[in-house]
Design a protein. Sequence first.
Lengths: 451, 226
Amino acid sequence: MRRLSLGSRLALLFAACTAAVSLTAGVLFSRASESHFIELDQQLLNSRLSLLRQMLDGVHDPASLAPRLPALQTELSHQADLAVRIRGSDGQVWFDSQAGLPESPQVPGLSTLHSTSSDYRSLCVNLDDGHPQSAQLTLFLDITHHQHFLQRMQQLIWLTVGLSALATALLGAWAARSGLRPLRQMGEVASQVSARSLTTRLPEGQMPVELAELAQTVNAMLERLDDAFQRLSAFSADIAHELRTPLSNLLTHTQVTLTRPRDLDEYREALHSNLEELQWMAQLVNDMLYLAKADHGLLMPSRQHLVLEDEADALLEYYGPLAEEAGVLLRREGQASLDGDRNMLRRALSNLLDNALRFTPAGGEIRVSIERPEGRVRLQVANSGAPIDAALLPKLFDRFYRADPARREGSSEHAGLGLAITRSIVQAHGGSITAESSGGWTRFVIDLPRV
Amino acid sequence: MKLLIVEDQTKTGHYLCQGLSEAGFATELAADGNTGQHLALTGDYDLLILDVMLPGRDGWQILQAVRAAGLEIPVLFLTARDAVEDRVHGLELGADDYLVKPFAFSELLARVRTLLRRGSSPAQETSLGLGDLRLDLIRRRVERSGQRIDLTAKEFALLELLLRRQGEVLPKSLIASQVWDMNFDSDTNVIEVAIRRLRLKIDDGHEYKLIHTVRGMGYVLEERSA
């Protein structure tokens, strides 16, 4: 089922609140006036009662009642809405001042009675206060007009409740609509967002406080999407670009080779050259697949206990001969252990070392240091050498980024995916990697959680 | 040694057959899953090379049928997909190894030989040798033409690998994995440098060179008549 719109929901809630409030007020008011009427009636009846008792003092039977009737009737004629019934203790009616009075109530005291056409308040007492066997006097006060008034008032209350609920529903709907306008704006902006226009942003400054935060979050999300999308499109363009050079080499070389008969060595040479291009391309494709896997969260590191200094030493031993030939000193300091994927972390470190070796001048030094700031493990690969512009440092992890633009693309060198792969591995382990360059050292700092 | 290759890509299958035959294996090729399974269950093979995606039955189904029939032949999977689940699935079903396309033929050849060797119990050799090169595994000493050669631990391990698999072209990735336990694609020239240094110690000054570079493929230790 479709949920109600926010506007209608608010309007309905407003209406319900108003209805509840006005209903409560109306009910309280009608109760109060009713009891006020009862009180008034009682006072009136009580004052009449004492007068009537005086007049009927000493009446025991219908015979003793008869001589007092004219005075009684005169008295009653002054007040048209008052009627009297006198009954014997056996319940037989001795006198009714009016015709059509309702049955007397069984219990003595005040009660409300209805006859066919009128409503009465009745007060039923013994004529002689001390004698339970004495005649009974019942006073009837016609309160039809009171009841009419109360009924009118109740109708008025219901009308007020209905009308005020309707009015607040309408006003509430209008208020909600104008109050929610920023939300609609948000919706309009969101509807404009597509892969082609990720640059639209919500006007954060014009938003009410409650929505400013949401707007900010949405903008930040758009920012990230935009960024990711830019990278993705750049990535596909880069792939095509990177593959173009080796592909055109392959095409040209193969066609040229085939244009005329050659001797065996030339064919062999051509195949070898092709093989190199192909191997480079295969490596590129494998690296890209690895990154794609990481992007899809499919890089799932196994967790085994790793002694980091041993891993670092193994890598330094691996790179030892290469460093020696390059005249670069390799050093490791510090120790720590953590749970992680040996092959992945070795690959990550290996890329960093490989990168460092490429940029360290002869006579320089590469230092792997392992630290243990609380709860974490920090792995640092630092190499001496020319400083890198601070603005370029974050770009080092971008795919296909090469610090040295002069390097020929499509050469058998790295395609510039090594650091991106390192970052993916570190992230798959729940860590982060940053690069910094100062004081003649370039440092890659990996922060990993210990578990 | 008889191998069955089940691969639906005609070109790939053809080249694999050619390469493996020339490496000294008897090969048979099946181009679809049903034929592949029939051959695998009836023929007497030493190794199966299965593509995962096949018309008819896929590689995993063939593997299941083979294992269900109680055949313990080593199985090597080739696949164009490298999803972790695929790898796990394959290994759970009893695959012995897994190669993701694109792969180098030298890599495949090295893995095939490793798998075929796995079955035979390794002889407890105390020394290895080729020509006038001797490697004493117990005393960890190396001599060539009676002259003692000092090697670092890794150089020794590298030479031992080359000697154990003499005559085989070993790709760099295999050397990195076996000697340094670096099990990832790395295109550094570390292996090149290591081989060059080993060569200096083993071959320098000798008329017959033992360590040879096979361009674009890897390295091989063998006696070549000059």
